[in-house]
Write a protein that binds this ligand. Structure first.
Ligand code: HEC
Length: 105
C-alpha cells in the first residue's frame, strides 16, 4: 500500500469507528426508554413511591450490577427477580443507559 492509500484506509477506519458509536448510543437510549414503560408502573424517576426506589439517579454500572444481582438471586426481592429474569443483557444495558441519562434532567 502506498502512503495516500494508507491514509485513506486509516481515515475511513476512524470514520467507521466514530459514526456508528453515536448512532448506537441514541438507539440504546431510545430502546431503553421504550423498555422503561414496564418499570414505570412501579418506579418513579425522581422519588420513592410506596417504598420503591427511584431509578432516575442510578449510575449505569450500579444499575447493571443491581440487575445482575436480582438475576443471580443475590438480591431476592420477588418482583424484581422476575422482572430481571425476563430481561436480556442487551435490554438491561439499554435500560441502564436510559436511566443514567435521566440524571441531568
Ligand atoms: C412490581 C413492581 C416493580 C416493577 C414492575 C419493577 N420494579 Fe424494580 N424494584 C421494585 C422494588 C419493590 C424494588 C426494591 C427491591 C429491593 O429492595 O431489592 C425495586 C428495585 C429496583 C432496582 C434497584 C434500585 C436500587 O436503588 O438499588 C432496580 C435497578 C430496578 N428495580 C429496576 C427495575 C427495572 C429496570 C424495571 C423494569 C424493567 C423494574 N425495576 C420494574 C419493584 C418493581
Amino acid at each position: 500500500m502506498n502512503l495516500p492509500q494508507r491514509l485513506l484506509a486509516a481515515s475511513s477506519f476512524a470514520l467507521l469507528l466514530a459514526l456508528p458509536q453515536g448512532a448506537l448510543g441514541d438507539e440504546l437510549l431510545e430502546y431503553g426508554e421504550y423498555l422503561s414503560s414496564q418499570c414505570s408502573t412501579c418506579h418513579r424517576l425522581d422519588a420513592f413511591e410506596g417504598g420503591i426506589p427511584p431509578l432516575g439517579h442510578l449510575p449505569k454500572d450500579y444499575f447493571i450490577i443491581a440487575m445482575r444481582e436480582y438475576k443471580s438471586g443475590r438480591r431476592d426481592n420477588p418482583a424484581m427477580v422476575s422482572v430481571a429474569n425476563a430481561l436480556t443483557d442487551e435490554e438491561i444495558t439499554a435500560l441502564a443507559t436510559y436511566y443514567a441519562a435521566q440524571r441531568q434532567q
